[in-house]
Design a protein around this ligand. Structure first.
Ligand code: ATP
Length: 239
């Protein structure tokens, strides 16, 4: 069974279609990257997969569950980290993890979930500092750890490294790699072609609501006879 299948997915806002019939498959255990410039339709696509936006037509299934007819089943096995996610600033990192874990579990199961989240966030003793003292990078690690703490089968991440410096972006990518090694399937969006090249097993390029390319970074670079995904993108868009 595939982790994720999109078949001819369309989304209209009012009478304007933003996503024009995207079909793609993500295999279990893959890190799949969606790339494209501003307004291409990445967030819209990720929000439809996350059951937060209704699909106008087509279908999406997550491990065999249809997002339109079985949204509760889908929600149980995914986590979605939006680009603009934040955490409650008056809580410490640990208190935030405990609060979020209480939506999923109680007793020893909850304690284990929090232990896992704190380990993944890897914030050392700063886990007991208030969240409003965290740097952007620390905040992002906390949020990723929170998203992964309940052990989703599919992690959906929108622009997780945007606005981070080189070191923090590197560390966040390491966290994503370690998540994937535990068997979690990841679909993520990014503007950063270098990052996607480094991190993703396969890539889908979206331009103006259309999926224009799909393949491994190596396949795409070979197909266009270029060295970088950035060049692939420019050639694909400009012809
Ligand atoms: P970015 O990289 O800037 O986040 P994106 O690829 O995630 O862009 P989307 O946010 O999915 O793109 O937007 C796709 C298109 O849909 C854009 O033209 C956008 O203006 C439009 N759009 C998104 N959300 C809405 C909305 N709630 N109402 C109307 N139009 C919207």
């Amino acid at each position: 069974m595939e982790a994720l299948e999109l078949q001819d997915v369309r989304k209209s806002y009012g009478n304007r279609e933003a996503v024009h019939g995207i079909s793609l498959t993500v295999h279990e255990g893959e890190i799949f990257g969606l790339i494209g410039h501003n307004g291409a339709g990445k967030t819209t696509t990720l929000r439809m997969i996350s059951t937060l936006l209704r699909i106008t037509s087509g279908s999406i299934s997550v491990f065999g569950h249809d997002v339109a007819t079985e949204p509760d089943e889908v929600r149980r096995i995914i986590s979605y980290l939006p680009e603009d996610a934040g955490a409650y600033k008056d809580l410490t990192g640990r208190q935030y993890m405990e609060f979020m874990a209480s939506f999923f579990a109680s007793g020893e199961e909850k304690a284990e979930m929090v232990r896992k989240g704190i380990e993944l966030a890897d914030l050392g003793e700063r886990i007991d500092s208030k969240v409003d003292t965290y740097s952007k990078g620390m905040m992002r690690r906390l949020l990723i750890a929170r998203a992964i703490m309940p052990s989703p089968r599919l992690a959906i991440m929108d622009e997780v490294t945007s606005g981070l410096d080189v070191i923090n972006a590197y560390e966040v990518r390491e966290v994503i790699r370690s998540i994937a090694k535990t068997g979690v399937t990841v679909i993520m969006s990014s503007h950063n072609m270098f990052e996607v090249d480094m991190l993703c097993d396969r890539v889908g390029m979206i331009d103006q609501g259309n999926l224009i390319l799909l393949g491994t970074p190596a396949e795409l670079k070979e197909r266009f006879g270029v060295e970088t995904l950035e060049e692939v993108f420019v050639k694909a868009v400009k012809g």
